[in-house]
Design a binder for this molecule. Structure first.
Ligand code: HEC
Ligand code: HEC
Ligand code: HEC
Ligand code: HEC
Length: 298
């Protein structure tokens, strides 16, 4: 009787052990399922925005005096954990800004268009962040907080001993573009580029409120009701953050955010961390002009 009892106890013991094992396996599988769809959202390391010594494309550092880049720091070209530039509205931005108050940029050529409704107010902060490299006026290794301990220069300074594969010796994006087949260096003359720094839905009834678009050429922007607006960039992508506080479709990485007073900026269309072709936010990039058609009802 006692033996039989023991047997049952052991049977329970082994049964519960195997249940735990099954649970762990199920958890691992579930985690695998959650992680798998996120993969395309990642991978800046393999993109053209990896400017560290581990970069795989035309342009990245091959030499420097500090040890940080030898360790392949990628984010540091744009972000610093401490001491960032707060005059550029990009998060913890690690580069100095062009002289404040200087009208550096020439905006989209309205004179070439009889139909442009909104006024371009010039590139907003987030576009200025992109332009710290893409206007070709500032060295790409210019940073406020160099890697490692020390190297803090509040106005930004070049990295000692920086040697590039593609950039000019002074670290600038060359006028002729790093790669002759890419319009990389936009310069400060943005008259020949898609407008940035203008309100979405130019014909807005109430300025700065995309929800009040008067222009039927554009879809309504979505909002979280707390001053954040975006344009739906496509179907929900599993594993991508959707604030649980929202009832409708939340903002996702593949949506097109509007900045400041609901303006279209470089980062409305591009996610600088994306592995989508040409860093476009929308899944499928601009296949079938899907990017353009997300905003323009044509
Ligand atoms: C080429 C410049 C560049 C590099 C390199 C870069 N970022 Fe960013 N990052 C930006 C810009 C610009 C924004 C703001 C764009 C936006 O509003 O989504 C941003 C926003 C972010 C955000 C907040 C918005 C979001 O998408 O979640 C996080 C987090 C972030 N970066 C993390 C990183 C990390 C981590 C790395 C390095 C692995 C990195 N970034 C490298 C330019 C860069
Ligand atoms: C630290 C410098 C730096 C910053 C800041 C930066 N870029 Fe770039 N970007 C580069 C370099 C370098 C390349 C590669 C150019 C080449 O190979 O010719 C590049 C390439 C690109 C390309 C072309 C990709 C392709 O496949 O042809 C796009 C689009 C782009 N960047 C958009 C942006 C946007 C939008 C921002 C701001 C959100 C930004 N970049 C900020 C350095 C930068
Ligand atoms: C309205 C959307 C939109 C805005 C705003 C925008 N871009 Fe683009 N950009 C695109 C699209 C779409 C492409 C890809 C075109 C293609 O597939 O040929 C592109 C391509 C590029 C390229 C690669 C150029 C090439 O054809 O070789 C660079 C670099 C770039 N963008 C940088 C920027 C920067 C910097 C800004 C801000 C000043 C900006 N973009 C603003 C939509 C936009
Ligand atoms: C994030 C939304 C968005 C995306 C994506 C977008 N645009 Fe635009 N585009 C606008 C807005 C807003 C204007 C300003 C329109 C106005 O005020 O009349 C504009 C202006 C233009 C203009 C000038 C209109 C004029 O009357 O002078 C053209 C042409 C244009 N876009 C074409 C394109 C093409 C082509 C693409 C894809 C490569 C594209 N756009 C992608 C929002 C967008």
């Amino acid at each position: 009787m006692r033996l039989f009892h023991k047997h049952i106890v052991w049977a329970f013991f082994f049964a519960s052990l195997s249940m735990v094992a099954t649970q762990i396996q199920a958890q691992a599988q579930a985690q695998g399922q959650v992680l798998a769809p996120q993969t395309p959202q990642r991978g800046i390391a393999a993109s053209k925005h990896n400017l560290s010594t581990t970069g795989l494309h035309t342009n990245h550092l091959i030499g420097e005096a500090s040890s940080g880049f030898g360790q392949g720091e990628i984010c540091i070209f744009c972000h610093t954990p401490h001491g960032a530039n707060t005059s550029i509205a990009a998060p913890i931005w690690n580069k100095g800004s062009p002289t404040p108050g200087v009208a550096l940029y020439q905006s989209y050529a309205v004179t070439n268009s009889a139909t442009m409704d909104s006024t371009t107010v010039g590139p907003g902060s987030i576009s200025r962040a992109c332009l710290t490299c893409h206007d070709g006026t500032q060295a790409m290794d210019n940073m406020i907080n160099a890697p490692g301990s020390g190297g803090f220069a509040p106005g930004g300074a070049r990295l000692a001993g920086a040697v590039w594969t593609g950039a000019l010796a002074d670290g600038l994006m060359p006028g002729g573009n790093l790669n002759p087949t890419i319009v990389t260096m936009l310069g400060t003359d943005l008259r020949n580029d898609h407008p940035v720094g203008m309100n979405f839905c130019g014909g807005s009834l109430t300025p700065n409120v995309p929800g009040n678009c008067a222009d039927n050429d554009f879809p309504l922007a979505h909002t979280n009701g707390a001053g954040r607006f975006w344009i739906e960039g496509g179907a929900a992508v599993a594993g991508v953050q959707t604030p649980s506080s929202l009832s409708g479709p939340g903002f996702q990485k593949t949506d097109l955010p509007l900045y400041a007073t609901n303006q279209v900026e470089c980062a409305t269309c591009h996610d600088p961390h994306s592995t989508e072709r040409t860093f476009l936010r929308r899944v499928g990039a601009n296949n079938n002009s899907g990017m353009c058609l997300t905003c323009h009802a044509k």
